[in-house]
Design a protein. Structure first.
Length: 253
């Protein structure tokens, strides 16, 4: 392990390897494209295999069909990526399920599924990637949370908000565990971001949400991607256990 507190940088001229879950569309796709634009080889992991392959082909990466609820599959993907490319430098845990549901309408099966994807998937990813990164003395893990995990859900149900709140604490726990080994673990917490989830609400609801945000608009997937790319960079070596807010001033603290 390097004696530098942020671990050694990737060797000059080498191409970093990143896995992004839930990367076939929306914010995950934007993250995958931004990391690729910055020179990373990106594994586009998603349940939607055909779309994942299309994105991977466009960015010069590779694709994997992945259900993050399956912890063994998550571990197998991480291990296979390391075996093929020699390392895993960046993991972005982005896969999520958002369901707008009243507290009184949430059934046990749906609760377990949303928590299994949103929180269990993040835990599985962190636990699978951590040993590889720890042993190399460097790595970046970025978890995608939400403003819903900070102040409760408006467009997502109680299960969505609870899962995203759990990501914030889990990020700190894993960050503390890996900090001595040159591995940073951080989260981003977006508010309403333009894309498939917002599109499903319709233009009138989107306009109401945009009007409630101090900057007067929805966020853009590319803005989240830029924040993730920073936290995944060598320059962010002194940032760990943090949650970066991306909410247009909706929650100031």
């Amino acid at each position: 392990m390097s004696d530098r507190p942020d671990g050694p940088s990737a060797p000059a001229g080498s191409r970093r390897v990143a896995i992004v879950t839930g990367a076939a569309r929306g914010t995950g796709e934007a993250i995958a494209r931004e990391l690729a634009r910055r020179g990373d080889h990106v594994v586009v992991a998603d349940l939607a295999g055909q779309r994942a392959r299309a994105v991977a082909d466009e960015i010069g990466g590779s694709a994997a069909v992945l259900d993050v609820r399956d912890w063994d599959a998550v571990r197998s993907l991480v291990d296979a990526t390391v075996a093929e490319h020699g390392a895993l430098d960046v993991l972005v845990n982005n896969a999520a399920r958002s369901v707008a549901r009243s507290l009184w309408e949430i059934e046990r099966e749906e609760w377990d599924d949303v928590l299994g994807v949103n929180l269990g998937g993040v835990f599985a990813g962190c636990r699978a990637a951590a040993p590889h990164m720890r042993d190399r003395g460097r790595g970046r893990i970025v978890n995608v949370s939400s403003i819903a995990g900070q102040q409760g859900g408006v467009n997502g149900g109680a299960h969505y908000a609870a899962s995203k709140a759990g990501i914030g604490v889990l990020t700190k726990v894993v960050a503390a565990e890996l900090a001595p080994h040159g591995v940073t673990v951080n989260a981003v917490a977006p508010a309403a971001i333009a894309g498939p989830v917002m599109d499903a609400l319709g233009p009138e609801r989107q306009a109401v949400i945009a009007a409630s945000i101090p900057v007067g608009r929805l966020g853009r997937p590319e803005e989240v991607a830029a924040a993730v790319a920073y936290l995944a960079s060598d320059e962010a070596g002194f940032v760990t256990g943090a949650t970066l807010d991306l909410n247009g001033g909706l929650l100031m603290r």
